[in-house]
Design a protein around this ligand. Structure first.
Ligand code: GUN
Length: 284
């Protein structure tokens, strides 16, 4: 089975649009998301364009603030402070990566936790690890939704996550653990990787290298979630971290790239924006 994240994201967005319509009438204002894009990295431009398009589709007002790659850290912090203090802004997202001269941790920590729709702020990360109610990071949240959509019962399964990033590997491992999987996190220093991955009932791959996971690394009947977004060096097309052509015959279910995890990440960002908006409006 191919797990079509694109289809699931379309139906979630349709339901969300109805919800946004109702809430906007109830509260007398529509949710508002501001995305900050520093520089012109083509990957980042493409992600930000996708986020703006999805927001518009579901009826979320949205603005993309573009800043030169040479912007100072102080000026970027000033922009964030303004948005934090703007009552008409519900969600703030700073597209990563940032230029080298800017401290990403400092920027993330400057975003008001209640407007932090990426859920990257240390307060929100702490809440996730302490199992307190909080906004969930978009890609890990989307992956759990994909597993539910594919009918996977996570409890008691062996889950292996390859990659230990703050954005994907670590938080998805925590969400799988909370769903009662037995979780292993593998990474670039892991020895005997394929013997570990072959144990996985659920294999999540977030490495950033094309064809990193080959068919021989997959247990027959496993569910494979491919978080990679790479350019295929053979034809220039988008591809994931898993050799899809061969893996699809070994796995019981697998996400394609494009059309798998990517659309779910964006859709979860829309959900988080609406959640931030509801939290703020219900406090007023
Ligand atoms: N860069 C790559 N993934 C992400 C993401 O989920 N959020 C932000 N802000 N930047 C990213």
């Amino acid at each position: 089975m191919i797990i079509k994240g694109k289809d699931l994201s379309v139906s979630i967005k349709e339901a969300l649009k109805v919800r946004v319509d109702v809430l906007s009438k109830q509260y007398g204002r529509t949710p508002n998301l501001v995305v900050i894009l520093v520089g012109d990295d083509p990957g980042s431009v493409s992600y930000v364009t996708g986020k703006a398009k999805a927001a518009t589709e579901v009826g979320i007002r949205n603005t993309t603030l573009r800043r030169e790659a040479t912007i100072s850290e102080a000026d970027l912090l000033d922009t964030i402070a303004e948005l934090n203090n703007d009552d008409d802004v519900d969600g703030i997202l700073v597209q990563l990566p940032l230029p080298k001269h800017i401290d990403e941790n400092k920027i993330i920590a400057a975003i008001s936790p209640e407007k932090d729709v990426d859920a990257f702020h240390p307060i929100n990360v702490a809440k996730l690890w302490l199992k307190q109610p909080c906004m969930l990071p978009c890609t890990p949240k989307g992956i759990i939704k994909l597993l539910h959509f594919a009918g996977v019962d996570i409890a008691g399964k062996e889950a292996v996550v390859i990659g230990r990033s703050n954005i994907v590997g670590q938080p998805v491992a925590k969400l799988l653990l909370d769903a009662n999987a037995t979780v292993t996190v593998a990474h670039s220093r892991t020895k005997h990787l394929s013997s570990i991955t072959r144990r996985a009932d659920i294999l999540v791959v977030a490495v950033g290298r094309e064809r990193f996971v080959t068919a021989d690394m997959i247990k027959p009947g496993a569910v494979v979630i491919d978080v990679g977004v790479n350019r295929d060096t053979r034809n220039g097309k988008l591809c994931g971290d898993v050799d899809f052509e061969e893996a699809q015959y070994i796995a019981a279910a697998i996400t394609p790239v494009p059309g798998g995890v990517g659309p779910m990440t964006i859709t979860c960002l829309m959900e988080n924006t609406v959640e931030a908006y509801i939290n703020r409006m219900s406090k007023q």
